[in-house]
Ligand binder design. Structure first.
Ligand code: GLN
Length: 485
C-alpha cells in the first residue's frame, strides 16, 4: 500500500501559480489527486468519489484560464473533500450512518456553497464517525479509516477521513466539523493543520446537527495560509443560521504576520499530568522552550476545572444529540426497515437497524439526562459547569493571548484499542473539548514526530472569541519556526 508521501502541493498559492504559468492544467491536477485516491484506497478514506464531475469542472476552469485568469474565483484549482456530514446539493450525504442510506441533499451547506462559488473542486465525500460521534472514525457504517503514517493506527476522529485525505495527499484541503475536537484531534494524529473557529463564525446551515450549541465547521489543510483563506471565504452572517455571527469577517489570509510578542498560558495540571504521554509532553515542552527563546512569555497557570470538562460535555452533547437525531425516523429520510408492519414498528425498527451502537448509546444517555426526574441533576448541573468553565477560561484571556495545550493525550493508538471502553475513549477528548464548551477558536499544528512511536504529534493553541486573525497569524509564526520534518 502506498502511504504518506511528500505532497505535490502544500499551498493554494503553489497550485495556482503553476496553473497560471501553464505548467500543468487543472484537469491534470484533478487527475493527480484521483490517482492518489486510487493509490491510498486501502486507507478507506472516501465514501464516494466525484471523478467525472471533478474532471468536467476542471476542464471548464482550464477554458476560463485560457480566456482570463483574473475572472476565476479565489479557490480555482483547489481540490477539496467534504466530511460526510456536510450537505452538497444533489449529492448524497449519510453522516457515516446506515440510517441515511441513499439520502440526497437538496441544498448545499453555506460553507460548502461559498467554497464552490470560489471555484474550488469537490472531489468526494470522506469517511467519519457516525453523526460525528467518536474519536477514531471506527464508528462509521463504512468501516474504519486508517492512518497513512501507520495503517494499523486510527486516524483520530470524527473527521478522520478528512485528516487522512490531506495527509495522504488525495486533496489539498478537507472540510470537517468540530463539536468536541473532531477537526483538531485527527489533525494531530495525522500531522496536518486542523482549525476550528469561534462558535458562530461559520454558518452551521447544511451541517448534519450533532450538538448544536457546540458544532462548528472546520478546516484541515497542509498550511495555515490555506486555512486562513478558507475561513475568510466561509465565515460571516447567513440568513439560514441565526447563530451565525453578524461580526465582520476579517481578511485573515492577508493578515498573517505577527510582529509582537505573545503571552501564552498553559495548564500545569495538564502538562504535568501522569497520564500524559511522555513523547507528547516533550514535544510540548520543546515548543514552550522555543517560544520563550523567541521572546514570547509562556507561563503555567492554574486551571482547576479540567476534570469537569468531559462529564459536562458528554451530558450536554448527548442531550442535544438525542433531540437532533429524533428526525431520523424511517419516514422522512434514508433507511426504512422492511420488517415493520405498522407506524410504531417502522420508527422503532428503522432506528434500531439504522443507527450504530455508539449513536444509540448517546441517544439513550441524552434522553436519560433530559428526563423529568434527572434533568436538574444532570442537564442543569452540566450547564452550570459549562458556564463556570467559560468564565474561568475568559479570565485567563484577560491576561494571556493564547492557551497552549496538547491536542490529545498521546499519539494515534491502534485500531480496536478503545472500542470496548467508551469512557476511556471519551476521556481522551480532554484537551480539545474546552474550546467547544467555551465557543472559542482553536488550532492544532503539526509540532513534531513522536520520539518512540515515530507518529505525528500536534500541539493546540486556543484564543479568545473572534480572535481568529491573531490566532492564525501566530500559528503561521509557530509553523515557520518549527523544524521542517
Ligand atoms: N470525540 C468527541 C465526541 O465523540 C468529539 C466529536 C466531534 O467533535 N464531532 O463527541
Amino acid at each position: 500500500m502506498e502511504v504518506a508521501t511528500q505532497p505535490k502541493y502544500s499551498q493554494i498559492e503553489q497550485v495556482q501559480s503553476d496553473l497560471r504559468e501553464g505548467k500543468l492544467t487543472c484537469v491534470q491536477v484533478v487527475e493527480y489527486y484521483l490517482d492518489r485516491i486510487e493509490a491510498s484506497k486501502e486507507l478507506n478514506i472516501y465514501i464516494e468519489i466525484y471523478a467525472e464531475e471533478a474532471l468536467a469542472k476542471a476542464k471548464a476552469i482550464d477554458e476560463r484560464l485560457q480566456k482570463n485568469a483574473d475572472d476565476l474565483g479565489r479557490l480555482f484549482g483547489v481540490v477539496v473533500s467534504l466530511k460526510d456530514v456536510l450537505c452538497y446539493k444533489d449529492h448524497q450525504v449519510t453522516g457515516g450512518s446506515k440510517i441515511l442510506t441513499g439520502f440526497t441533499s437538496m441544498f448545499s451547506a453555506t460553507g460548502v456553497e461559498r467554497v464552490v462559488e470560489e471555484d474550488a473542486i469537490i472531489i468526494g465525500r470522506v469517511n467519519c464517525d457516525e453523526f460525528a460521534m467518536g474519536s477514531t472514525t471506527e464508528n462509521s457504517h463504512y468501516g474504519p479509516t486508517r492512518n497513512a503514517a501507520d495503517p494499523s493506527r486510527v486516524p483520530g476522529g470524527s473527521s478522520g477521513g478528512s485528516a487522512v485525505a490531506v495527509q495522504a495527499d488525495t486533496c489539498l484541503v478537507s472540510l470537517g466539523t468540530d463539536t468536541g475536537g473532531s477537526v483538531r484531534q485527527p489533525a494531530s494524529f495525522c500531522g496536518v493543520v486542523g482549525f476550528k473557529p469561534t462558535y458562530g463564525r461559520i454558518s452551521r446551515y447544511g451541517l448534519l446537527a450533532y450538538g448544536s450549541s457546540f458544532d462548528q465547521l472546520g478546516v484541515l489543510a497542509q498550511s495555515v495560509s490555506d486555512t486562513a483563506l478558507f475561513l475568510e471565504i466561509m465565515a460571516g452572517p447567513d440568513e439560514f443560521d441565526s447563530t451565525a455571527s453578524q461580526r465582520a469577517v476579517e481578511p485573515y489570509a492577508s493578515k498573517l504576520s505577527f510582529e509582537r510578542k505573545a503571552k501564552i498560558a498553559y495548564f500545569g495540571s495538564a502538562l504535568d499530568h501522569p497520564s500524559l504521554d511522555q513523547g507528547v509532553r516533550s514535544i510540548c515542552q520543546g515548543l514552550i522552550e522555543q517560544l520563550r527563546a523567541d521572546g514570547h512569555t509562556v507561563e503555567a497557570v492554574d486551571f482547576d476545572y479540567l476534570d469537569y470538562i468531559i462529564p459536562a460535555y458528554y451530558v450536554l452533547t448527548t442531550a442535544e444529540a438525542s433531540s437532533n437525531l429524533s428526525r431520523y425516523d424511517g419516514i422522512r429520510y434514508g433507511y426504512r426497515s422492511s420488517n415493520a408492519t405498522n407506524l410504531m414498528e417502522t420508527y422503532k425498527k428503522s432506528r434500531t437497524e439504522g443507527f450504530g451502537t455508539e449513536v444509540k448509546r448517546r441517544i439513550m444517555l441524552g434522553t436519560f439526562v433530559l428526563s423529568a426526574g434527572y434533568y436538574d441533576a444532570y442537564y442543569t448541573k452540566a450547564q452550570k459547569a459549562r458556564k463556570l468553565i467559560q468564565e474561568k477560561t475568559f479570565e485567563i484571556f484577560e491576561e494571556y493571548d493564547f492557551i497552549l495545550l496538547p491536542a490529545a493525550p498521546g499519539p494515534a493508538w491502534h485500531l480496536g484499542d478503545n472500542v470496548d471502553d467508551p469512557v476511556a475513549m471519551y476521556l481522551a477528548d480532554i484537551f480539545t473539548v474546552q474550546a467547544n464548551m467555551v465557543g472559542i477558536p482553536a488550532i492544532c499544528l503539526p509540532a513534531g514526530t513522536h520520539p518512540e512511536e515515530g507518529l505525528p504529534v500536534g500541539v493546540q493553541f486556543m484564543a479568545n472569541r473572534f480572535q481568529e486573525a491573531d490566532l492564525l497569524a501566530f500559528s503561521q509564526k509557530v509553523m515557520d519556526a518549527l523544524p521542517k520534518s
